[in-house]
Design a binder for this molecule. Structure first.
Ligand code: CA
Length: 225
């Protein structure tokens, strides 16, 4: 399905030129001169191209409101005639993902919208190990089709082991890979999370189906028959 771009620009000539180029590049385009109207058109939008100076509401204000809404994750490229460093910083600070100063070339804008969509697209990788399913895209895991209630860290740990099935990782390696190098925890943290994950997965230390303790070494995700 073609990605949908919402174009909010009050200058008719610019709006129509951008609409033409975006449609030519395969996007579905919704275009409006009104920030307030644009607000009603957000459902199903994949990216927004937003002018800074709009007649009914400043682009920046609209953007701040967007970032506090249910549509906060939609990437936004801001257009502006202002080129000063201060404005640039202000635009990015208020939640713009990219920035283009007028005059700009339409092909450049199209290329930047494409880049925004590439960056924002979640990885839809799904890993399946027997009855366990791990979805990287929406950070969810399922056991026999039933969604597991996991904390973000539990999911990250499960996802990491599932992505490296059969490989043994020491507790320190797991801390580095899953918690990050600047995390100030101990190896006990890993053990606690493994214990919690085992409960979620309905398995025991003695007969693990998925999370195996390798004595003196660490943990691994078992290869499923
Ligand atoms: Ca304008």
């Amino acid at each position: 399905m073609a990605p949908t771009v919402l174009l909010v620009e009050d200058e008719l000539a610019v709006r129509e030129a951008l609409r033409f180029h975006l449609e030519h590049a395969g996007f579905t385009v919704r275009a409006t001169a009104s920030a307030l109207e644009a607000w009603d058109w957000l459902a199903g939008v994949d990216a927004v191209v937003l002018d800074w100076m709009l007649p009914d509401q400043p682009g920046l204000k609209w953007l701040k409101r967007l970032r506090e809404s249910d549509f906060a994750s939609i990437p936004v490229l801001m257009l502006t005639a202002r080129a000063s460093e201060v404005d640039r910083v202000e635009g990015l600070d208020s939640g713009a993902d990219d920035y283009l100063t007028k005059p700009f070339s339409s092909p450049e804008l199209v290329a930047r919208v494409r880049a925004l969509l590439r960056r924002s697209k979640p990885q839809q990788t799904t890993l399946k190990h027997g009855s366990l399913e791990v979805r990287a895209g929406d950070a969810q895991a399922f056991l026999d089709g039933v969604k597991l209630e996991l904390t973000r860290r539990e999911f990250d740990l499960l996802g990491f082991l599932a992505a490296n099935v059969g490989r043994v990782f020491s507790r320190q390696e797991l801390l580095d890979k899953v918690w990050g190098l600047d995390f100030d925890g101990t190896e006990r943290t890993v053990d606690q999370h493994i214990t919690q994950l085992r409960q979620r997965l309905n398995e025991t230390l003695d007969q693990p189906k998925f999370l195996e303790t390798v004595r003196g070494k660490g943990y691994r995700m078992r290869v499923q028959a």
